[in-house]
Design a protein around this ligand. Structure first.
Ligand SMILES: NC(=O)c1ccc[n+]([C@@H]2O[C@H](COP(=O)([O-])OP(=O)(O)OC[C@H]3O[C@@H](n4cnc5c(N)ncnc54)[C@H](O)[C@@H]3O)[C@@H](O)[C@H]2O)c1
Ligand SMILES: O=c1ccn([C@@H]2O[C@H](COP(=O)(O)OP(=O)(O)O[C@H]3O[C@H](CO)[C@H](O)[C@H](O)[C@H]3O)[C@@H](O)[C@H]2O)c(=O)[nH]1
Length: 331
């Protein structure tokens, strides 16, 4: 039987394909390559270039490959872009997810994993944030993801489909063996941008806001290594295959690091003291997002392997260096 991975040419999806292949599973990737890369698709995975909203194509892929589980990463992910183009985000993240869920139901696919986000909690009043916390997204990105969670909840009540929605906190790092990493040149994520500054690919790093109600005035985030996250997905598939009920898991380590602590880690690991400017707050940034991370450990027996900021940074830095080498070789 085969796992269909939408968005498998992207950052997190490509690590999921590695984890699935490492576990000996058959994989078919469906990706429209809007932000992903053909070269990032695992050589042992079948690849279909197409849209996850194309229900006819999905039905064909599911039947031809004997798909018995779908892992849905495809989507648009930039929070400020979703504020500027809400309808674009509702189309790509919500409407197209509806088509994918419909194809799963129509073709009898019994298991579904969904990439959700800490953004569904919005400006949470509590920290750490547990799964039962109020859902009150403050961006169209968060709302687009929450609506998909709701479609899955209601569909699973009406049809023989079981799902797990995984709410990621801040995903970072790269495959420890150097096989994949965050490759988007437009990425805005702190650890990615800081490693680019350390390698001289950016002149400096801006710290967005130093007046938050946190110990050093900068935002706290819970950084999770992408390979630990991918392994959690493999365990979630096993959980559903063993008869587990549909549910939602926070994905984080349960510990927050400030922006300044992350910058210090990147400087320490790289040995480069790049320039850092203090800049105004970025719109929509909550002060602290730390996962209440007990449920996933208890239910899946998930034990992180890379729960260490310097390790996450070291792997991100190694990947950034390999991207630079790849670019040089292409010139
Ligand atoms: N990166 C994070 O920190 C983070 C945090 C929370 C949630 N997520 C979620 O994880 C998922 C993967 O994120 P990522 O960081 O790997 O992003 P990414 O942009 O690297 O990957 C997304 C992939 O989906 C593909 N895609 C987009 N729209 C598509 C469509 N309509 N049909 C087919 N393919 C399509 C893209 O080409 C790309 O390969 C997203 O759903 C995102 O919302 C990411
Ligand atoms: O150049 C930068 C980049 C980021 N930051 C700060 O670093 C922290 C982390 O920012 P990221 O952009 O790395 O990540 P976010 O916390 O904004 O976003 C993450 O969490 C969101 C949920 O709130 C979404 O799920 C999103 O996809 C995911 O990347 C924030 O305080 C941000 O202001 C800087 O100071 N300078």
């Amino acid at each position: 039987m085969t796992v269909l991975v939408t968005g498998g040419a992207g950052y997190i999806g490509s690590h999921m394909v590695l984890a699935l292949r490492d576990a000996g599973r058959e994989v078919v990737v469906l990706d429209n390559l809007s932000t992903g890369f053909r070269w990032a698709v695992h050589p042992e995975a079948a690849f279909v270039e197409g849209d996850c909203g194309d229900e006819a194509l999905l039905g064909k892929v599911i039947r031809e490959h004997g798909v018995d589980a779908i892992v849905h990463f495809a989507g648009s992910i930039v929070v400020p872009d979703s504020v500027a183009d809400p309808l674009g985000y509702y189309l790509n993240n919500t409407v197209r997810s509806r088509a994918l869920i419909a194809a799963a139901v129509a073709n009898g696919v019994p298991r579904f994993l969904f990439s959700s986000t800490a953004a569904v909690y919005g400006d949470a009043k509590e920290s750490p944030i547990v799964e039962a916390a109020p859902l009150d997204p403050v961006s169209p990105y968060g709302t687009s993801k929450l609506m998909t969670e709701m479609m899955l909840r209601d569909t699973a009540r009406a049809h023989p489909l079981k799902y797990v929605a995984l709410r990621y906190f801040n995903v970072a790092g790269a495959d420890p063996a150097g096989r994949s990493g965050q490759s988007s040149p437009r990425a805005t994520h702190l650890i990615k941008v800081a490693t680019q500054a350390a390698l001289g690919e950016r002149t400096h790093l801006d710290v967005f806001g130093t007046d938050y109600p946190t110990p050093d005035g900068t935002c706290l985030r819970d950084y999770i290594h992408v390979s630990d996250l991918a392994r959690a997905h493999v365990l979630a598939l096993d959980y559903l295959a063993a008869g587990g009920e549909s549910t939602v898991f926070n994905c984080g380590y349960g510990r927050g690091y400030s922006v300044l602590e992350v910058i210090e880690a990147v400087k320490r690991v790289s040995g480069v003291d790049f320039p850092v400017n203090h800049a105004p707050r970025r719109a929509g940034d909550p002060a602290a997002l730390v996962a209440g991370a007990g449920r996933i450990r208890e239910t899946l027996g998930w034990k992180p392997e890379f729960d260490h900021l310097d390790t996450i940074v070291a792997h991100a830095l190694a990947w950034e260096r390999s991207l630079a080498a790849r670019r040089q070789a292409a010139e």
